[in-house]
Design a protein around this ligand. Sequence first.
Ligand SMILES: Nc1nc2c(ncn2[C@@H]2O[C@H](COP(=O)(O)OP(=O)(O)OP(=O)(O)O)[C@@H](O)[C@H]2O)c(=O)[nH]1
Length: 417
Amino acid sequence: MNLLKFFTAGSVDDGKSTLIGRLLYDTDSILADQLEALQQSNRKNDDGTIDLAILTDGLRAEREQGITIDVAYKYFQTDKRKFIIADTPGHIQYTRNMVTGASTAKLAIILIDARNGVVEQTIRHSYLVSLLGIEHVVVALNKMDMVDYSETVFNAITEKYKTLADELKLKEVTFIPVSALKGDNIVHESKHMEWYQGRSLLHFLETVDVEDKQSYNLARMPVQWVVRPQTDELHDYRGYAGRVLSGSFKVNDRVTVLPSGSSSVIERIEIFDQRPEEVHAGQSVTLHLKDNVDISRGDVLVNADHLPQNSKLIEADVCWMDARPLDESITYLLQHNSKVTKAKINEIVYKVDINTLEKENAVDFKLNDIGRVVIKTADELAFDLYTDNKANGAAILIDSRTNLTVAALMFRAVADY
Ligand SMILES: Nc1nc2c(ncn2[C@@H]2O[C@H](COP(=O)(O)OP(=O)(O)OP(=O)(O)O)[C@@H](O)[C@H]2O)c(=O)[nH]1
């Protein structure tokens, strides 16, 4: 059964906790003991129904404990799909947590309070979604019960959001009018909004096509070890084991070894005692090549017809995640998949005011700031642009003095100077 990881974003009190609670409650994903606690709780809504936000309170307590716990995850499943919800706090001071929780998500649910429409936080969350290249966006217009389930209100907000979505080049945006509190269009279709012909939120989540077709050709596999048994009958055996990072490898594909640049052809693929013709991202495999090329641990095998970029000077979007601000005089460590190299920030190109989306000149770059930098690495990096291949287009910066991750990077271009 396939898995969909998504995250929710909204301003304080838009109803994020209630919406997650409603999804879990109406899909019977709540454990018996939690249910009992819910029923016994004296936290009730005004109309006497149980307050579903209680279900995510545990997460909230954790998150308020401090900055060590980044993102809380909730799991549930239906007979169609498994789901992981990354519950990311929406406030500006948690931008880095959102980036962490959202970076591996395939879909974002952006909550809008139907009474308030598009607000500053909506812009900020949508900007992060576009920055992280999340393909699918569901705009859940919540609290429809408080605006008389009005189609006019829904249409007005939808139009406004579409302008923002165009500006941010968001690709797939779906609007669903819901009431998390009353349960309209969350799991069950609403009886109060005949004018809405679309799917309920859960139905949409169950059926949306999130397969990654984009990076199919961008086959990349870092070699974790070279398998060379020391026995006589196997003296010709030499395999390269690792996990396919992105794309697909097939028998007879031409591959290039990086950084050396030598090439060969895949003779055989092994997964335990099987010999598949083709393997895909996420699978751990052993590849055998026709020629005896020099490959060692840490090298990367890539599709020879679709080579990655190769540079020491890279333009990247950066989200700063450390309390110590960016320091252009420091040499950081950059980790790109399994490769670690020294790196410096050569230039801050701009910083983005994520509430207004204005680009501004930056003299400093602090916790939760987002913008564009040029980074210079000690070794050449074989990377893809983040828009082409997220798996090979992102990296982190580490402060070697503290060993803390100080920034997330998304590669945007080879710097041309
Ligand atoms: N009428 C109505 N009230 C709702 C709806 N969804 C949530 N609420 C109420 O709005 C308030 C805030 O809901 P929460 O789920 O706690 O909001 P939140 O966005 O999770 O808030 P934070 O976690 O504090 O950011 C609560 O009183 C909810 O009962 C809805 O669809 N209709």
